[in-house]
Write a protein that binds this ligand. Structure first.
Ligand code: SF4
Length: 61
């Protein structure tokens, strides 16, 4: 699975980093995703995408 954060939408709330620090990190005030997502962290990554308040996290199979 691939993950990408749309920097134009991300508000830098850090929710995704809290939910899945193995995949998301902050860079210049915006979240950045490690991609491809390691299989062991796919569930947490999907949770972060679902909970992102501005739907900035895009996932691809
Ligand atoms: S949860 Fe969404 S808005 Fe918040 S830092 Fe992550 S990508 Fe950005």
């Amino acid at each position: 699975m691939k993950a990408k954060v749309d920097p134009d939408l991300c508000t830098g709330c850090e929710l995704c980093v809290g939910l899945c620090p193995e995949v998301f990190r902050m860079e210049d005030g915006k979240a950045v995703a490690a991609s491809p997502v390691p299989a062991a962290h796919e569930a947490a990554c999907k949770d972060a995408a679902a909970q992102c308040p501005v739907e900035a996290i895009k996932l691809e199979p």
